[in-house]
Design a protein around this ligand. Structure first.
Ligand SMILES: C[S@@+](CC[C@H](N)C(=O)[O-])C[C@H]1O[C@@H](n2cnc3c(N)ncnc32)[C@H](O)[C@@H]1O
Length: 225
């Protein structure tokens, strides 16, 4: 069954000219939550081979811009609204990312996407903790790169610290959902955390304060329902 599903999404991506089946995860999330709008500046973290960039560029149109970052070289994509950078997200300065989007430190990005994944080992806890570190990095970068009221979509591998991460996102965004798109493989432990309307004064890079109990965490929200 998992293999059939893989083949289905893989074939769809090929037929529609997308570089990866991952497109269908972002498309489903965006269609449900309306995150990407014409004219937006979008930062796509871990963008190779580039299907999220392709989809985002279509949604934001000629007046928007997508900046994609990946450790791997990315084969160029057509479109004056696409800028691709090679490197570790943790090593690229805010100024470089903002300049690629033609934005200033006060304007910042409208949407931050992260489909970043560690090289998986097959050891669930190890992969989970590595994924958590990448999510921490994304949240940290949102602190200076995502505008107030901006949106975040971030992939995480579920495990012991997952709910704690969701709580962190709750502290920083007005509305939060966890989603598992239908295009995710049944064997995968990936979930997508969607943070909408970044709070004005959210200090995204600060650790959570251990005050009187955790904030409410929403029930997992399946797009299939
Ligand atoms: C699942 S793939 C992304 C697929 C992409 N969303 C698409 O639609 O084609 C995950 C990517 O995250 C990248 N990645 C992992 N850690 C990273 C880091 N620290 N900085 C930049 N990219 C990273 C990997 O190189 C890999 O290409």
């Amino acid at each position: 069954m998992a293999r059939e599903l893989h083949d289905h999404w893989f074939k769809e991506a090929k037929r529609e000219g997308y570089r990866s089946r991952a497109i269908y995860k972002l498309r489903e999330i965006d269609q449900k939550r309306s995150l990407l709008s014409p004219g937006d500046a979008v930062l796509d973290c871990g963008c190779a081979p580039g299907s999220w960039v392709q989809y985002a560029a279509q949604q934001i149109g000629d007046d928007g811009v997508v900046v994609g970052v990946d450790l791997l070289d990315i084969t160029p994509l057509p479109g004056h609204n696409i800028h691709l950078l090679t490197g570790d997200l943790g090593d690229i300065d805010d100024a470089v990312l903002l300049a690629a989007a033609n934005r200033s430190a006060t304007q910042r990005f409208d949407v931050v996407l992260s489909d970043m994944a560690p090289n998986t080992t097959g050891h669930r806890d190890t992969d989970h903790h590595r994924s958590m570190s990448l999510c921490e990095l994304v949240l940290q970068r949102c602190g200076t790169l995502l505008r107030n009221n901006g949106h975040l979509v971030m992939k995480a591998f579920e495990g012991t610290n997952f709910q704690e991460l969701v709580q962190r996102v709750h502290e920083c965004f007005g509305e939060v959902r966890t989603m598992r798109p239908t295009a995710s493989r049944s064997v995968s432990r990936e979930m997508f955390i969607v943070g909408m309307n970044r709070r004005d004064d959210a200090e995204l890079s600060l650790p959570p304060t251990p005050s009187g109990g955790p904030p409410p965490v929403p029930e997992d929200w399946s797009l299939g329902q």
